[in-house]
Each structure stands twice: as structure tokens, then as C-alpha cells.
Design a protein around this ligand. Structure first.
Ligand SMILES: Cc1ncc(COP(=O)(O)O)c(C=O)c1O
Length: 385
């Protein structure tokens, strides 16, 4: 955790928290593309903002400290962060991915990296034996989400990392759903962490951003080169917004998790709801492992309605909770993975991994929990056919 023993303090004072030039307690938005040089080769630490920008650097230092890595990198979106990380690999390498991951992660491998002969395999990483069976000579990395999007499947990050390292694979964890406040994959053995910072880290649904953190220096140098060479960097204003969002991550996550726990219990008691996926429920298959590796179960829940209830009508009957892509903001959102976030995954693969057409994904916000529960219950009641 770097300078501070407690993450709550690091969220506010970690990284580069004071502007050395002025003493400003918020790092200013250095809205500049370039920097005056005092003579040929005489720079004051910066030459061009794709290569380095003080506002972005403060954010990068902060996320590196929070995730316990050697270096952090900020990108224009979660997908740009993941693309830069996947660019560490080369033609004829293969990457294994958890069997339910964000649809865009599948899409970039299937439709972009495949063209460069970097292939992928889908494996249930919650099953270590199945994961080990999938490791062939060409496999160079495994990409895990835990909880995975959208079925909240929990993968034992430590066990997968041990098995992966025995075969010299790089372990990449998409920590978007948990954030470093709840889970620190590098401390569990992973090599690289990626984030859609658009979600909980930003926290207010007002920006699109991505972050990556690496454990070792050599990978840090390679990723710094890729970040500058391919150029998908985060701008100074969004870097500022993200730093501001991260300062309140702890208080927001506490409320998100508390609300989600209450809502999952309430959905469980509702006879119209089936197949609830939430690792905070004691009978969830991922409950024990999640408890061991994380400091909470997050605030993403997915579920289906029983026969006799119309999913479309449910979405249209919600009044407080909004139907929208994305997650992790202060406001509660629902989505329909099979036609929204996971539509880019072909139907047969969706069916195979369990992303049904009736699956509803809920991002629990920090509104009053009774208001959220009432909205859900009323919409379920109105969706009866
Ligand atoms: C788990 C996960 N990873 C990555 C992404 C992609 O991030 P972005 O939308 O910021 O590009 C998302 C977006 O929904 C996501 O849910």
C-alpha cells in the first residue's frame, strides 16, 4: 500500500497528492499538449502529453499505490487499457479468458487480436483442473474477472496464479467489479490488473477511463512504451475527475456493498426471482473463496424472473432504477446482458456459459436501500403476466 497502512488514507493522500509547484491540495488540470524546452534536450521532466502529463501521472501513481504495483497507466477507456495490455503479446500467442467476461473483452480478442494471430480460449477459471487442462504450449496468459461479468462467478485468484506461473503464464485480472478497496489481485499472485475506471473508481457515471497496474519493472517499461507508442492515453481533465472520484471510493464502496447485501437477501425471499448470482450470499458457490480473497462481495447482482413474469415488462416498470449500459456509479442501474453488455458474444457461446435471455444484471447504487428494494418489488409485481 506504499506510504500508508490504511487504504482509506491512501485513497486521499496516495500517489502524488500535492502539486509541488503551488502547494495546491488538488493536482491541477495540466491542460497542455506540450512543454517548453529550455534548450535542445533540456526538458523540465515533460516533453509531450501523450508521453507524460502531470495530472495523468498523479492518477497513475495513485492507482499503482492502491493496487500495490510498481507502475500504473491511465487510458481513454477500460478497453484501451486492456488493448494495451494485450499488446504485450505477439503473433501465435494464445490468451485464456474466464468463461464469463465483459462482452467487449471477448470482442476485442475475437475481432481484433485474432487478426494479428493472437488467439484466445474460453475456460471456466473457477475450475482449476479445467484451467490446467486448457494450458497448451502456445498459451501465454490468462485473463480473469472475479466476480465475472455477468454471472458473478468467483475464481480463486491465488490458485489460478500458482497454476499459471508453473507454466510461465502472465496472470491478468480485470478488477473493475471489486476495485482495490475490496480486492488487490497483485497481492494474490496476479501480474497485471486492469480496470474500467469508468465504473466504481470514477463512481459518478461522468467519465470513461481505463487503468492498468503491473507488478514487475520490466513489464512496466514495456507497457509504458506501448502506452506512448499506441497513444490511447487519458486526458488531463478526465484524470482529474478520476482522482476526485477515487478519494471517496471507500465510503461509496461501503454503502454499495451494504445495500447489495440487503437487496440480494430481499430478492432471495421474493418467490418471483430465481437463479440469484451474488457472492455475498452464503449459499453462492463463490462465497467462501470470495471471502478469503476479498474484503467484500461487491455490489453487482444478477438474477432471473420465474416463468409467468415478463423481463421486458420488468425493465419498463422500474421507476428509480435506470435501464442503462455501465455500472458502478452512485445511481442504481439495470441491464439486460444478452442484448446489451454481452450482445457481442455469439448466442451459442452465451447459452453455453449460462448468459440466458432472461438474465437481469443490477448495479446497486448508494441510494436509500428501502427505495431500491421497493422499486424492484413493484416492478417485479407489475411484470407478472
Ligand atoms: C468488467 C469490465 N471490464 C472492462 C470494461 C470496458 O471498460 P470501458 O467501457 O471503460 O471501455 C467493462 C465495461 O463495461 C467491464 O464491465
Amino acid at each position: 500500500m506504499g506510504k500508508y497502512n490504511n487504504l482509506n488514507t491512501a485513497l486521499i493522500h496516495g500517489g502524488i497528492s500535492i502539486d509541488e509547484n503551488t502547494g495546491a491540495v488538488n493536482i491541477p488540470i495540466y491542460q497542455t499538449s506540450t512543454y517548453k524546452q529550455d534548450g535542445l534536450g533540456k526538458m523540465r521532466g515533460y516533453e509531450y502529453s501523450r508521453t507524460g502529463n502531470p495530472t495523468r501521472e498523479a492518477l497513475e501513481a495513485l492507482i499503482a499505490e492502491l493496487e500495490g504495483g510498481t507502475a500504473g497507466f491511465a487510458f481513454g477507456s477500460g478497453m484501451a487499457a486492456l488493448t494495451a495490455v494485450l499488446s504485450l503479446f505477439k503473433s501465435s500467442d494464445k490468451v485464456l479468458i474466464s468463461s464469463n467476461v465483459y462482452g467487449g473483452t471477448f470482442r476485442v480478442l475475437d475481432k481484433v487480436f485474432n487478426n494479428f494471430n493472437i488467439s484466445y480460449g474460453i475456460v471456466d477459471t473457477s475450475d482449476i483442473a479445467a484451467f490446467e487442462r486448457a494450458i497448451t504450449d502456445d498459451v501465454k496468459a490468462v485473463m480473469i474477472e472475479s466476480p465475472a461479468n455477468p454471472l458473478m462467478t468467483i475464481t480463486d485468484i491465488r490458485a489460478v496464479s500458482e497454476a499459471a506461473h508453473a507454466h510461465s503464464l502472465t496472470v491478468i485480472v480485470d478488477n473493475t467489479f471489486m476495485t482495490p478497496y475490496l480486492q488487490r489481485p497483485l497481492s494474490l499472485g496476479a501480474d497485471i490488473v486492469v480496470h474500467s475506471a469508468t465504473k466504481y473508481l470514477g463512481g459518478h457515471s461522468d467519465l470513461v477511463a481505463g487503468l492498468a497496474v503491473v507488478k514487475d519493472k520490466e513489464t512496466a517499461e514495456r507497457l509504458a512504451f506501448i502506452q506512448n507508442a499506441t497513444g490511447g492515453v487519458l486526458g488531463p481533465f478526465d484524470s482529474f475527475l478520476l482522482i476526485k472520484g477515487i478519494k471517496t471510493l471507500g465510503v461509496r464502496m461501503d454503502r454499495h456493498v451494504e445495500n447489495a447485501g440487503r437487496i440480494a437477501e430481499s430478492l432471495k425471499e421474493n418467490g418471483a426471482v430465481k437463479n440469484i448470482h451474488y457472492p455475498g450470499l452464503k449459499d453462492d458457490p463463490g462465497y467462501e473463496i470470495n471471502r478469503k480473497q476479498a474484503d467484500g462481495a461487491g455490489a453487482m447482482i444478477s438474477f432471473e424472473l420465474e416463468d409467468g413474469y415478463d423481463t421486458r415488462k420488468f425493465f419498463e416498470s422500474l421507476e428509480l432504477i435506470m435501464l442503462a449500459e455501465s455500472l458502478g456509479g452512485v445511481e442504481s442501474l439495470v441491464c439486460h446482458p444478452s442484448t446489451m453488455t454481452h450482445a457481442s458474444i455469439p448466442e451459442d457461446i452465451r447459452k453455453e456459459v449460462g448468459i440466458t435471455d432472461g438474465l437481469i444484471r443490477l448495479s446497486v447504487g448508494i441510494e436509500d436501500v428501502e427505495d431500491i428494494i421497493n422499486d424492484l418489488n413493484t416492478a417485479i409485481e407489475r411484470s407478472r403476466v
